[in-house]
Design a protein around this ligand. Structure first.
Ligand SMILES: [Zn+2]
Ligand SMILES: [Zn+2]
Length: 314
């Protein structure tokens, strides 16, 4: 019976690397390029082992590279990690595939700089990663399956994104999924913005009525509520400012998303104090946050005295 190979200790590896480098230093003058490279390969192997064994010394008995990566991400939730760190911890060169597995099979929201989204609140360089939430999303595996199907349909990227949002109405979607569906690592954020600003879909972020969302998360709140053309032209910065000023709550009844439930699926919207018919300007002082219920009622002539009070208070 084969004896289980003993793991090399960290101390042993350090002594080994030290000796290898010393002899490389003294013999270098007599070596061909090939011999130098081969000598460095041995050092390299030991350095790789050292990274893995440092992880074990830390108390993590993770034999699989993917598990070491997972634990490292969880210990550093919400902290930007360089790909070089993941390479050291995993001891493998195809760690990007393992990171994909963590996303696709286990539901971890790991953002990467290769799919940047300037509106998401996350700024990453191309070789950086960020675990947004240590708790995996159990629905994610099913969603990735749908994302894969939609990605292969031959309509334009905006139509694919809309279909993906529609199939997942009310669900929290991530920048990585959207970039995947759009097949556009750079342009998908703009396409998502167009769904809101050109087509009027209520795609919410942490800046627009859903402070419960994290950076890099999106929700299509309703399939039915499409904003009027005039409302779609409200600049992004103005929208954010109004939601912030009104604390992401309805100015009329104080409803906010914490009270959301399936029996009363309201959303937050912006209402013009001076109405659209009169082409009221798309500026902060003419806009308030309302819940969709109050918004409908306002347009049916209700809440006039409440609106008057709000107007004078602004
Ligand atoms: Zn309301
Ligand atoms: Zn309105």
């Amino acid at each position: 019976m084969a004896r289980k190979r003993r793991r090399k200790s960290v101390d042993w590896l350090i002594r080994q690397i030290d000796a290898q480098l010393k002899s490389f230093g003294t013999e270098r003058g007599n070596l061909t390029l090939r011999q130098k490279v081969l000598a460095l390969c041995e050092v390299h192997e030991n350095v790789k082992d050292l990274g893995v064994n440092v992880v074990h010394e830390h108390g993590w008995n993770a034999c699989a590279a993917v598990e070491r990566i997972r634990l490292y991400f969880i210990e550093h939730e919400s902290i930007v990690l360089d790909s070089a760190e993941i390479a050291v911890v995993s001891g493998i060169s195809d760690y990007p595939r393992r990171i994909r597995e963590l996303r696709v099979e286990s539901g971890y929201q790991i953002a990467s700089g290769s799919s940047p989204d300037p509106d998401s609140g996350i700024v990453l360089k191309p070789d950086q990663y960020l675990l947004v939430d240590a708790a995996p999303d159990l629905d994610a595996a099913r969603r990735w399956h749908a994302a894969n199907r939609i990605r292969r349909s031959d309509v334009g990227s905006q139509k694919r994104l809309l279909q993906y949002f529609m199939e997942n109405t009310g669900k929290v979607l991530t920048t990585e999924e959207l970039a995947y569906v759009a097949k556009e690592a750079k342009e998908y954020a703009r396409r998502v913005r167009e769904l809101r600003t050109e087509q009027g879909y209520s795609v919410a972020t942490r800046f627009t009525g859903r402070p419960d969302l994290k950076a890099g998360q999106y929700v299509l709140q309703s399939r039915e509520r499409i904003a009027e053309t005039h409302d779609r032209k409200i600049p992004e910065a103005v929208q954010k400012a109004v939601y912030e000023r009104d604390s992401n709550a309805c100015r009329v009844c104080a409803w906010n998303h914490e009270r959301w439930n399936p029996e009363d699926p309201r959303i937050l919207e912006l209402h013009h104090l001076e109405h659209h018919e009169n082409r009221g300007p798309n500026v902060e002082s003419n806009l308030i946050v309302t819940c969709s219920k109050c918004h409908d009622e306002v347009h049916n002539g209700k809440h006039t005295s409440a609106l008057k009070k709000i107007k004078t208070a602004l």
